[in-house]
Ligand binder design. Structure first.
Ligand code: FAD
Length: 468
């Protein structure tokens, strides 16, 4: 391992840090530094002054105390889907992927995870006990980051609410380096703030949450030619309004890459992907889906009864690390006028460089406050749209321009609130107005919690709420 000092940090201090932690402590001159700092999104290549590959809560606490001594801002990363990294200056990164243990308690129907676990670490363990977590659409996403941001999924959310609503306890290292047990009883303010406002208040080193006795579902996707998108979207818009909470759906207009791993009708095609997840019997799901199947010729139909472990088949999100730029808008309504705007914007003749533009239906239990309240700001937002494009720098410029134009095009239907998990790193850099996003009262309470637990704003490399 290298010994060179960074701009601010004497090498003797780095040596003490290395002696205090079990995991690697790497500086930019170390050959392993770049690999340790690379996550899912290759556009967010980061170059922290120091990266600590934590293996335990003690490693995390030592890293945080070191950062406090050197007045370094701290970022944490698990799977790296939503990294906010500074463009310059000294900072410290804590990577959590080594802390990926998963323990299921079938009697209490709970799971306890380390902060490095991803949903695909949890799904086989819960399935063994006939249980299911309220995971999201992409099993490669990290459990802790997803849950701290609320967590909306394609199957259980409309019946059971946000993943955050089911958290029982957390272990957290705060900016003073203290290790805290955080429950609604022991640290009510911190418990409330963390669940909804993510990494602003400390590093979660363990999380326990409730899971559900669900083993199977009916679901998957229907792909239609982009030429039929307008008609199918009209059918879908009417159809989704009649669904009960057991059914979840979304649509995505996609410009698919010409890759051999895609089935022939989808390779390089401009398509509409309609996703369905249903918690009732398969025959009921098939009957429900009949109007969608009849809306236009179907290019590919993957709707089927499946084990819960296959929840990722509903969206089939991309799994390989790539150069992703993204944007999101919370939506007040699904108006008929929105879809012509969407298909004109993304269509095959539009020159649109975006890979996908999706709309998810929220509602149901996502609108209800849980028995133990948390800071999730998006209850009552009925729909959300998310768009992304894939291009390395400098080609990312036109993609970002198109994303900004898309958000602008959706403005007539926009809600001020949004899904915290979908906020892009660019939104953090542009200083998204967190007061508007959370609402004044919730924001001011978050800022007060921040003042108590992180008065120097050590954890500011995120969608940041500043201390009041
Ligand atoms: C393909 C794809 C599909 C997705 N689908 C969904 C979905 O269906 N529903 C949904 O709600 N979201 C979804 N997301 C968003 C995803 O939940 C967030 O990006 C989430 O933060 C990812 O966590 P991570 O560990 O993968 O990423 P990271 O970039 O490693 O973490 C993201 C941020 O979370 C915070 N964080 C992570 N771990 C900790 C910790 N232990 N302590 C404190 N703070 C922490 C930090 O601020 C960190 O910067 C999706 C994202 C992608 C790329």
């Amino acid at each position: 391992m290298g010994t060179a000092a960074t701009r601010q940090i004497p090498s003797s201090d780095l040596a003490s840090l290395r002696a205090a932690v079990e995991g690697p402590v790497l500086t930019p001159d170390d050959p392993d530094h770049a690999a340790e700092c690379t996550g899912h999104n290759l556009l967010r290549a980061s170059r922290p002054s120091v990266v600590v590959g934590a293996t335990s809560a003690d490693d995390v606490a030592a890293a945080v105390r070191f950062a406090a001594r050197h007045r370094l801002p701290v970022a944490v990363r698990n799977a790296g889907h939503q990294m906010v990294v500074p463009e310059d200056g000294d900072w410290l990164l804590i990577t959590l992927r080594r802390m990926d243990d998963v323990v299921v308690d079938p009697g209490r129907r709970t799971v306890t995870v380390g902060p490095g676990a991803r949903w695909d670490d949890v799904l086989p363990e819960t399935a063994r006990h006939g249980l299911a977590p309220a995971c999201g659409s992409a099993p490669r996403v990290g459990v802790t980051g997803y849950t701290l941001g609320g967590g909306i999924g394609p199957l259980l959310s409309r019946t059971h609410g946000y993943a955050a609503d089911h958290v029982r306890r957390m272990e957290v290292v705060t900016a003073d380096g203290a290790r805290r047990e955080v429950t609604p009883e022991s640290e009510p303010g911190l418990f409330w703030a963390l669940l909804g406002c993510k990494g602003n208040f400390g590093v979660v080193t363990r999380m326990e949450f409730g899971v559900f006795p669900v083993t199977r579902f009916f679901g998957g996707g229907l792909w239609f030619s982009g030429a039929d998108a307008a008609g199918v979207l009209d059918v879908w818009r009417t159809w989704q309004a009649g669904l009960d909470e057991r059914t979840t759906t979304s649509v995505a207009v996609q410009q698919l890459p010409d890759l051999p791993q895609l089935p022939p009708p989808l390779r390089g095609a401009f398509v509409l992907h309609v996703r369905v997840g249903h918690l009732g019997p398969a025959a009921e799901g098939a009957a429900l889906a009949a109007p969608l199947r009849a809306a236009a010729p179907v290019l590919l139909d993957t709707l089927a009864e499946r084990p819960y472990e296959q929840v990722g088949e509903i969206h089939r999100d991309p799994v390989r690390p790539s150069h992703v730029s993204e944007t999101t808008v919370g939506l007040r309504e699904l108006s008929g006028g929105m879809f012509p705007a969407l298909t004109a914007f993304t269509g095959p003749d539009s020159g649109c460089p975006l890979a996908a533009v999706e709309i998810r239906v929220l509602g149901g239990a996502l609108d209800r406050e849980p028995p133990v309240p948390n800071s999730v700001p998006s209850r009552g937002v009925p729909f959300v749209t998310f768009a992304f494009g894939v291009a390395p720098l400098p080609e990312a410029g036109p993609v970002r321009g198109r994303l900004a134009a898309y958000a602008e095009a959706m403005a007539p239907w926009a809600d001020e609130r949004n899904i915290m998990n979908f906020l892009s790193p660019d939104a953090a850099r542009a200083r998204t107005d967190m007061r508007t996003l959370f609402g004044a009262e919730r924001h001011d309470r978050l800022a007060a919690v921040k003042r108590r637990y992180d008065p120097e704003n050590m954890f500011r490399l995120n969608h940041n709420v500043r201390p009041a």
